[in-house]
Design a protein around this ligand. Structure first.
Ligand SMILES: Nc1ncnc2c1ncn2[C@@H]1O[C@H](COP(=O)(O)OP(=O)(O)O)[C@@H](O)[C@H]1O
Ligand SMILES: C=C(OP(=O)(O)O)C(=O)O
Ligand SMILES: [Mn+2]
Length: 532
C-alpha cells in the first residue's frame, strides 16, 4: 500500500491532526530515499547514501528549547535549566503549526526508544522532510512490521522546519522552537532542519520518565567485551568528547554511541543507530564508521562532495564542522544485535580539556566520580551548538545539561547507588589537549586514548603504579605499556612547568566555583572529594 503500514484507527486524524496532504506511514528505507530524492531534499551518494543539507541550522539550538509549565510537572522540572513555556503559548504554537501544515505531505515513523522492552517508549515522529523520517528510522528502534498494527504512540513529535515561530505569539525566543509538553505528550520542532534535534528530543523525554522507574538515563556510549555482555563499559561525555569514536572499538562489541539506560537488569541502548561526526574521519583510523558513508540509505548531513564523482570531502567544513552521518547499528560489523548488556563494570567519563591540564586517564573513587558527574566539565568544540566556533570551557552537569529535565541530584543519586551496588570502576579520560592549551598544544592522539582505554577495560591498568594528582586528588598511572610515559603527566608535556601550574590552578578554581551550587545537595563523602 502506498501509504505504508499503519492501523487505520491510529492514523493522525485520530490524534486531531487533520487536513494534511498525503501522509506516508512507516515507509521503509528505499521508499524514503526515493521520496527524499523526488522532493529535491538531497542527492543519491556513493553506495546509495543520501546526501542532505540543513540550511542555516547545522547544530542544535539549546536556547530555543522549552518545557511547557503545567501543574503536573511544576515540582519535578529543573526550571533553572529548562526554559518554561505557558500552556496557552504552546496551544497557539500547535494550532498555528497545524494550520501551516495543511495540505502538505508528511512522513510518519512509529518507533521504539529503548531496547529493554519493560522500559521502552513508543514514539511517533511526524516529519515534513522525508529524510528526517529516514534519519529517525535509523536512529530509533524499529518495530516488526506486524507490531505496527498495534502500535499506539505514547509521545508524538512533529518536526516542521518550514514553520517559523513568532516569539510574541508563541512565547519563545526566535523563529526556531523545540517545545516539550509532558501533559499533551507532544513535542513540536520548528524552523530547524538539523536532524539531531529529533533524537535529542526523545532522549530528553526518557531522561524525564526513566528516573521514576529506577532507571538511570545516561548521555553515554557503550560497548562490551566480545562474547561477554557482562563486561560492559559506558562512556559519558558531552558532544565532541569521543563517545561515538571510542565506543566503535574494533576489539569490542558496540552497544550504542549516545544514549543508554542502566536498569535493574543492566545496560540498554535507547537507540538503534549512530550519528557520527564525519569531519576528518579517516579510513585508516576509523574504518568501520568510514565504511558507513558508502552504504545504502546512510544519511549524510552537511558534507561537501564532488557533484560528478560523489566523492565526499571530509576536510571541507564550509557548511559546518558538525557534519554527520546517521546509520543503523548493524552497519557496524561488531555491533550488538540486542543492544543489551550487563551492569557496567567500567564507567568512563570523557572530557575534552582545551586547557591541556587534565591527564589522559585518571582512576576515580566513587565519590570523585560523583563530583565529576555533577561537574560535567569539558570544552565545547565547534559545531554541535550554534555560535560555538572554538573550544569553550564549560560545565554541563550530568555530561548533558541541555537534555536533563530533572534536577542534577536526581541523576547523581541514581548513579551513585548503582555504582555502589554493582562495584563499577570509574575513570576520567581527557581526549582534549596535551603539550599545552588549545592554540599551543595538540589534541590527544586517538591511539593513545584507545591504548589507555584498552588497558582500563581489560583490567591490566589496575596492575600498574599510580601517583596521586596534586591538583585534583585522583590517581594517575605512571607508566602504561604502549603509551609514552611523558603523555601520562600533562605537566611534563608543557614547555613551561610553571605555566602549567598556573593553568591547573585556574581550572581548579573554575571547578570549585561551579561546584558550589551542588554542595547543599550532596553527602559528606562527595563533599570530601570536592577540590579547590
Ligand atoms: N583522543 C581522541 N579521542 C576521541 N576523539 C578524538 C580524539 N582526538 C580527536 N578526536 C576527534 O574528536 C571527535 C570526537 O567526536 P565524537 O566521537 O563524535 O564525540 P561525541 O560522540 O562524544 O559527540 C572526533 O571527530 C574524533 O575524530
Ligand atoms: C547529536 C548530538 O550528540 P553528540 O554530539 O554527542 O554526538 C548533538 O549534541 O546534537
Ligand atoms: Mn556522538
Amino acid at each position: 500500500m502506498k501509504d505504508g503500514r499503519v492501523n487505520p484507527s491510529h492514523r493522525l486524524e485520530h490524534q486531531g491532526i487533520e487536513g494534511l496532504g498525503h501522509v506516508f506511514y512507516n515507509q521503509l528505507e528505499p521508499a524514503l530515499v526515493e521520496a527524499a530524492l523526488k522532493r529535491g531534499e538531497g542527492t543519491l551518494g556513493k553506495g546509495g547514501s543520501l546526501l542532505t543539507t540543513t540550511g542555516r541550522h547545522t547544530g542544535r539550538s539549546p536556547k530555543d528549547k522549552f518545557v511547557v509549565r503545567t501543574p503536573s510537572v511544576e515540582d519535578t522540572i529543573w526550571w533553572e535549566n529548562n526554559a518554561p513555556m505557558t500552556p496557552e503559548a504552546f496551544d497557539r504554537l500547535y494550532l498555528d503549526m497545524l494550520a501551516h501544515m495543511k495540505g502538505g505531505d508528511y512522513f510518519v515513523q512509529d518507533l521504539y526508544a529503548g531496547a529493554e522492552p519493560e522500559h521502552r517508549l513508543d514514539v511517533r515522529v511526524v516529519t515534513e522532510l522525508a529524510w528526517h523520517g529516514l534519519f529517525i528510522r535509523h536512529m530509533l528502534r524499529r518495530p516488526e512490521r506486524s507490531e505496527l498494527d498495534d502500535f499506539i504512540p505514547e509521545f508524538t513529535i512533529i518536526n516542521c522546519p518550514s514553520f517559523k515561530a513568532d516569539p510574541e505569539r508563541h512565547g519563545c525566543r526566535s523563529e526556531t522552537v523545540i517545545a516539550l509538553n509532558f501533559d499533551k505528550k507532544l513535542i513540536l520542532i520548528a524552523n530547524s532542519a538539523y536532524a539531531g534535534e529529533n533524537k535529542k528530543s526523545v532522549f530528553t523525554l526518557l531522561n524525564y520518565i526513566l528516573p521514576g522507574k529506577g532507571v538511570m538515563p545516561m548521555h553515554c556510549s557503550a560497548n562490551h567485551a566480545i562474547g561477554d555482555p557482562d563486561a560492559a563499559a559506558v562512556f559519558f561525555g558531552l558532544s565532541g568528547t569521543g563517545k561515538t569514536t571510542l565506543s566503535a572499538d574494533p576489539s569490542r562489541t558496540l552497544i550504542g554511541d549516545d544514549e543508554h539506560g542502566w536498569s535493574e537488569r543492566g545496560t540498554f541502548n535507547f537507540e538503534g543507530g549512530c550519528y557520527a561526526k564525519t569531519i576528518s574521519l579517516s579510513r585508516d583510523a576509523e574504518p568501520e564508521i568510514y565504511a558507513t558513508t558508502e552504504k545504502f540509505a546512510t544519511v549524510i548531513e552537511n558534507m561537501i562532495f564532488d557533484p560528478e564523482t560523489l566523492e565526499l570531502d571530509f576536510e571541507d567544513a564550509s557548511l559546518t564542522a558538525n557534519m554527520r552521518c546517521a546509520y543503523p547499528l548493524d552497519y557496524i560489523s561488531n555491533a550488538s544485535t540486542t543492544a543489551l548488556a550487563g551492569h557496567p563494570k567500567n564507567i568512563i567519563m570523557l572530557t575534552c580539556d582545551a586547557f591541556g591540564v587534565l591527564p589522559p586517564i585518571a582512576r576515580l573513587t566513587p565519590a570523585q566520580a560523583m563530583y565529576h558527574f555533577l561537574s560535567g566539565f569539558t570544552s565545547k568544540v565547534a559545531g554541535t551548538e550554534r555560535g560555538v566556533t572554538e573550544p569553550e570551557p564549560t560545565f554541563s552537569t550530568c555530561f548533558g545539561a541541555p537534555f536533563m529535565p530533572r534536577r542534577p541530584e536526581v541523576y547523581g543519586k541514581l548513579l551513585q547507588e548503582k555504582i555502589a551496588r554493582h562495584g563499577a570502576t570509574c575513570w576520567l579520560v581527557n581526549t582534549g589537549w596535551t603539550g599545552g592549551a588549545y592554540g599551543t598544544g595538540s589534541r590527544m592522539p586517538i591511539r593513545a586514548t584507545r591504548a589507555l582505554l584498552t588497558a582500563a577495560l581489560d583490567e591490566s591498568l589496575n596492575e600498574v603504579q599510580f601517583r596521586r594528582d596534586p591538583n585534583f586528588g585522583f590517581e594517575v598511572p605512571v607508566s602504561v605499556p604502549g603509551v609514552a610515559d611523558v603523555l601520562l603527566d600533562p605537566r611534563q608535556t608543557w614547555a613551561d612547568g610553571a605555566a602549567y601550574d598556573a593553568q591547573a590552578q585556574r581550572l581548579v578554581n573554575m571547578f570549585a566555583d561551579n561546584f558550589a551550587q551542588y554542595v547543599p545537595h550532596i553527602d559528606a563523602e562527595v563533599k570530601a572529594a570536592a577540590i579547590g
